[in-house]
Design a protein around this ligand. Sequence first.
Ligand code: GDP
Length: 297
Amino acid sequence: MAFEGLSDRLQNTIKKITGKGKVSEQDVKEMTREVRLALLEADVNFKVVKDLISRIKERATGQEVMESLTPGQQVIKVVKDELSELMGGEQSKIAVADKSPTVIMMVGLQGAGKTTTTGKLANLLRKKNNRSPLLVACDVYRPAAIKQLETLGEQLNMPVFSMGTEAKPIDIATKAIEQAKEEHNDYVIIDTAGRLHVDNHLMDELQDIKANVKPDEIFLVVDAMTGQDAVNVAESFNEQLDITGVVLTKLDGDTRGGAALSIKAVTDKPIKFAGIGEKLDQLEAFHPERMASRILG
Ligand code: GDP
């Protein structure tokens, strides 16, 4: 499971307080100190931790705990609520355009899992929502990326729109949407180019595509295992593109959890999906509340 490190530490901390019939200010102080250290060790953004701890402290020494019959458990509930809230609280849904097709732009750095996630998302939309997506290959710089998407399309038995490496990404996207209308594909998922680093050329191109196709969603795909780097990448993409959500990949390999716990607070954009393995059915909707419960055990 993801986040074992953080989870173990926090569970140890809350064990000490759970059964308490009375919770003193000193207890709260010790507990928040340990939660703080556990979160910093999990590579959660420093400012995010600071704000979170002050909210937990305030609530844990407030009325709802003091007047509770089970103060120990109430304190744990406060921590759980705050962790859930930190990750966005309610689960956020995927957009549906008033007029079909709904257009989703997938963006992110190379290697984050963008192309794989494009396939996984299409698979999920078909399976859970009975949709018929069209996949679009807009990474004209890497023939291998186009091939990869075509292979995914074959595996999923789903159409892939591509115009090779000579066409412009905007033209590819525009034509793909026309085709989707004709063929009654209700979702168009555009796999855009990625680079090793955030750079102006990449952002200019993505902004052009955005301005032309007016996507209903712009999902940033980031690798959870890169921790605070993923958070920084999310900040840059959000500043330039005003993304609508994040897909956090490789959560299966992330023992720390820093990205998952920081991204929403830093960018104010929700994590919508999480990748939990390489297979095409290993993408799930991200539920902050369930995730918080899992972390606290
Ligand atoms: P792109 O360059 O961003 O398009 O990245 P790819 O889609 O090619 O993915 C890069 C690698 O990450 C591939 O080996 C994928 O199988 C792997 N990958 C993607 N998502 C996940 C995930 O959720 N978990 C794991 N373990 N691997 C993933």
